[in-house]
Design a protein around this ligand. Structure first.
Ligand SMILES: [Zn+2]
Length: 192
């Protein structure tokens, strides 16, 4: 089942997610629906806020991307096919000390057609629970790391346009304003 992806500036996108406490059938179904929605939209990551639910829950799938990155999950390096799509509940991210900052043009399924440069640390360590509540530690860099950082920002109500520097932000300013206007008009139409 695919869910509707909410666009900027729906208020849920600025809402910090509640901690996931029950790893039950409802959580599995939500995670599966988020994975379907992400695949339908050809995205590599999706946060619960983007389907209208403010939780500490996101999904990522980088199997279709250029795997120009490294990873280690629970001390091993399994092929991506073995653990993706990946469900992350209650993720916590720390940057690896001394890692370099990299710049990359990010996009977001809640900002159709809008892209802009964002600077983020390259290598990170993320701890999280999977959909069954099992704890994991993931070390990664490159696009994998960037995707996780972008999604974890969503879970804290932070959007990629807020991570852009002044110049990058000003380049997308008009498109962002137009999107917010269109989203507001659509919401008005939907509710009588
Ligand atoms: Zn996003």
């Amino acid at each position: 089942m695919s869910l509707r992806i909410v666009h900027y500036n729906d208020p849920v996108l600025h809402t910090k997610g509640a901690k996931v406490t029950s790893f039950d059938g409802a959580l599995t179904r939500l995670a599966e629906a988020m994975i379907d929605s992400m695949h339908d939209a050809a995205g590599i990551g999706l946060a619960s806020q983007q389907v209208g639910q403010a939780l500490q829950l996101c999904v990522v799938d980088l199997r279709e991307s250029d795997a120009d990155f490294t990873w280690e999950i629970d001390g091993a390096r399994p092929p991506l096919d073995l653990f993706m799509p990946l469900v992350l509940a209650n993720p916590k991210v720390t940057k690896v000390p001394g890692t370099e900052e990299t710049v990359y043009e990010e996009g977001c399924l809640s900002f159709p057609k809008i892209r802009g440069d964002v600077v983020r640390p390259d290598a990170i360590v993320a701890t999280f629970h999977d959909e069954r509540g099992v704890a994991h530690t993931l070390k990664c860099d490159g696009l994998f790391s960037r995707c996780i950082q972008h999604e974890v920002d969503h879970l804290n109500g932070v959007l990629f346009i807020e991570r852009m520097d002044k110049k990058a932000r000003s380049e997308v300013d008009e498109a962002v304003k137009a999107l917010a206007k269109a989203t507001k008009a659509a919401a008005k139409k939907a509710s009588p």
